[in-house]
Write a protein that binds this ligand. Structure first.
Ligand SMILES: O=P(O)(O)O[C@@H]1[C@@H](OP(=O)(O)O)[C@H](OP(=O)(O)O)[C@H](O)[C@H](OP(=O)(O)O)[C@H]1OP(=O)(O)O
Ligand SMILES: Nc1ncnc2c1ncn2[C@@H]1O[C@H](COP(=O)(O)OP(=O)(O)OP(=O)(O)O)[C@@H](O)[C@H]1O
Ligand SMILES: [Zn+2]
Length: 441
């Protein structure tokens, strides 16, 4: 960690976006060490529920059991270090290193973070500001390549366009541990059902048209449809950047549906990159994304890791209670007959329970990460480009492209009970919505 940032540097770092846990800044200065980079800094919830450290390890005692085979991870002293070790030792072997940028830590002073927090506050969504602020006690940030740009920025090398997709879970669960009352999970995607709850809770104002099964289908036509649906209802699943600036979607959170006016402005922006007849740039851009997703194989790889969740949260919860030596609160409320379904899980060895929970947590990361795909029109002269390329037949254009995962953070063991409760809530809200719709017909 040789590079260090102090208060004077803060003006060169501007708001790029954020999720629930991190805030991301992009660099606008002229230092060669930072050009073309973003920095991810940690946030802390305002209610203070996080940050009570009981040991000098990032993982709890039970988590150390779950990850006992990954020594680098269990000895991590900080959440950020743990995330980096997790990326390197757990995810990279599963997802392949070509789609992963681990980044490097840069030390930052408290004054730098305080100043950045002040500078960016007006651009952050209000609900994100209410939920969390910059963690000014963390003394480093994670410096990564800006995946919405090529190499060290695209200035002078033509335009580049990038797309960020948060695909969410791409398969329907088959587990025999899914109860009769929640069997609908085997037919309707978690994403679709979650939409009903989000609508009910006012987190979104329209249901999304996007179906993750289309995106992960492997069929170009269905992938194209998924991209089009993401464009129409981007929420927090879809963003587009032109030369690093957002041109579609919500910065730091969800976006409203794309209306005609936004779609028209988007079509106009695309003209600098896609050489199609008037009104057809957007459609061709969808084709470009679909072709690239198919060609890169990135979604097949991601789906495989998501599918490490083989027994569903309804099976995992029993293994969780065994690992944490707690009475099973699920079996407690079931009839004698129903309990039988889960007996095999409670009689499994500790190692088997640990494996089940570990695989589930890895899958949880893969269901929550995002992808960034960046394109630039290929020039005749750079035939020896180090990047992959894709040919868009309809416009006779070749593009360099690169694909990276972002947000591959470790999901903590103490979230498992919450996952179980949320799963039940999602199914029940969805079923209620269907019932109301039927009654209205
Ligand atoms: O539970 P989900 O599926 O709603 O996913 C959460 C995401 O909600 P989404 O539905 O994608 O809007 C949620 O995203 P938003 O804050 O809604 O943008 C987070 O990514 C959260 O992960 P973490 O708290 O950062 O570890 C995510 O939590 P995990 O389930 O990945 O722990
Ligand atoms: N390497 C990168 N290059 C360009 N943009 C990035 C990069 N990393 C993150 N971003 C932008 O910053 C936003 C927030 O980053 P990220 O998803 O890592 O935050 P998070 O808090 O961990 O998210 P979550 O809520 O899913 O846990 C992303 O949606 C993306 O737009
Ligand atoms: Zn049980």
């Amino acid at each position: 960690m040789e590079l260090a940032l102090t208060e004077e540097d803060s003006a060169q770092w501007v708001y790029r976006g954020e999720g629930a846990v991190n805030l991301v800044l992009s660099y606008t200065g002229s230092s060669p060490s930072f050009i073309g980079k973003v920095m991810r800094i940690r946030k802390v919830p305002r209610n203070g529920s996080k940050g009570v450290k009981i040991s000098n390890l990032a993982l709890s005692e039970h988590e150390c059991l779950v990850w006992k085979d990954v020594v680098e991870l269990i000895s991590s002293s900080d959440e950020e270090i743990a995330n980096q070790q997790y990326l390197q030792h757990v995810l990279q072997p599963l997802l392949g290193s070509k789609f992963i940028d681990a980044g490097v830590h840069v030390s930052v002073s408290r004054e730098f973070l305080e100043s950045v927090e002040k500078n960016v506050i007006s651009q952050r969504p209000a609900w994100r500001v209410d939920a969390a602020g910059v963690d000014t006690h963390c003394d480093f940030g994670l410096l990564m390549s800006d995946h919405s740009l090529f190499a060290n920025g695209s200035q002078g090398s033509g335009p580049c366009i990038s797309v960020e997709i948060k695909p969410k879970c791409g398969f329907l669960p088959l587990s025999r541990f899914i109860s009769d009352g929640t069997a609908i999970k085997k037919k309707i995607t978690r994403y679709e059902m979650h939409q009903a709850l989000k609508l009910h809770q006012g987190e979104i104002s329209h249901l999304s048209a996007y179906n993750p099964l289309d995106l992960f289908s492997g069929s170009k036509e269905r992938i194209h449809k998924a991209v089009k649906d993401l464009f129409t209802t981007p929420q927090n699943n879809f963003r587009v950047f032109l030369n690093g600036s957002l041109i579609l979607g919500g910065l730091g959170g969800a976006a409203e549906n794309t209306n005609l006016c936004v779609a028209k402005a988007f079509e106009d922006e695309l003209k600098s990159v896609i050489q199609a007849d008037s009104g057809l740039c957007t459609e061709n851009f969808f084709t470009l994304i679909a072709e690239t997703l198919k060609k890169s194989g990135v979604l097949d790889q991601l789906l495989e890791v998501q599918k490490l969740d083989t027994i569903d949260i309804e099976g995992v919860i029993h293994a969780y209670y065994d690992i944490t030596s707690q009475k099973c609160l699920v079996c407690r409320d079931l009839s004698e007959e129903e309990v039988k379904r889960y007996a095999s899980l409670h009689s499994a060895s500790l190692d088997e329970s640990l494996r089940i929970v570990k695989d589930y947590l890895i899958a949880a990361t893969a269901k929550d990460c995002s992808l960034m795909i960046c394109f630039r029109p290929k020039k005749e002269e750079d035939s020896g480009s180090v990047y992959n390329n894709v040919y868009l037949e309809s416009t006779k254009q070749a593009f360099d492209f690169k694909v990276y995962f972002i947000d591959l953070d470790l999901k903590h063991l103490n979230k498992v009970e919450g996952y179980y409760k949320l799963d039940k809530k999602i199914v029940s809200c969805y079923k209620q919505m269907i019932k109301m719709d039927e009654e209205m017909e």
